[in-house]
Design a protein around this ligand. Sequence first.
Ligand code: NCD
Length: 360
Amino acid sequence: MISKYHHLIDLNDYPVSWWKKVVSLGEEIKQNPAKFAHECDGKIMATLFYEPSTRTQMSFQTAMLRLGGRIIGFDNPANSSVAKGETIKDTTKIVSSYADVLVIRHPIAGAAKAASLSADCPVINAGDGGHLHPTQTLTDLLTLKIEKKTLSGLTVGMCGDLINGRTVHSLCKALSSFPDNKFIFISTPELRMPVYIKDIIKAHGSEFREVDTLEEAIGELDVLYMTRIQQERFASREEYLAQKDTYVLDRQKMLGAKKDMIVMHPLPRVDEITVEVDDDSRAMYFDQAKYGVYVRMALILTILEEEKSSETLVGKVYSNVRCDNPKCITNHEEYLPKSFRSCGDETLLVCEYCDERKLI
Ligand code: NCD
């Protein structure tokens, strides 16, 4: 199936040169936003947020408004026909005929991919369940470019809910594509980085190690990326409570960090960074959220300006194989073609929507 639109579902669908171009344009917009104030005059962006959001939704909306465009959408599916049982396919088909670009956030992995199959305009993934969050990664890359002046040779600590955190999944995939970045994953055994992400890091030739405490890693880091324990993605409240409050970055722990380490966090913060850290000049998370507007302006411009047609599904469609991930969109919206990539080995299939592996 060929789509003539320029979707952003996974950053890794594009070459690194493309990400660099978007980030550089974000830097240029930051220097001189007025120059871009009418670039999207007459354009409409739809934001379909099936899941709560403050920064991602509002920074996308601000980005379009600052480019001179206008916005439509919902931030609570209960107020749309989704509440009446409408599928992603139908909602996307209709809304994409009203708008020039569609931004979607959804609690189920692969939902943005599913939307791109039926959209009549470009689709941007603003977070699909615990899977990916490519525009947060563009925000993170711009933050690193501005604050560390480089995207390579960094030792990056990622701390907290690494199994459910889509921001760290996308960021690992991206940063391991640049030379000499090293990762230290700080989490409990239950919340470790998914195997498929670790395999991608290995395939890119980057180093990583896993530790249980912040104290044993913090002194080595150039960047500490804190994350929230994602309560909404746990099977039960008991499992969440067992993990909650394990990692708290406070002034005492910051004493052990390098003088030029920066602290990032996609936000919202719950209690994993104490408020006293906000006054430390190394705390970069509020600036990071601000930079998200510039990079999203750059992304909207790039997606609307460039022509691109590509295969929406590159894998093989199987009528009799199901994805084993209960949180995959193909197990929620039955009409979707079940498409899998093969990983060299014909017996190992990878779901094209959520990246879950399956041995057949
Ligand atoms: C994150 C998200 O929604 O994945 N926030 C964001 O987009 N800025 C992180 C989170 O919810 O914890």
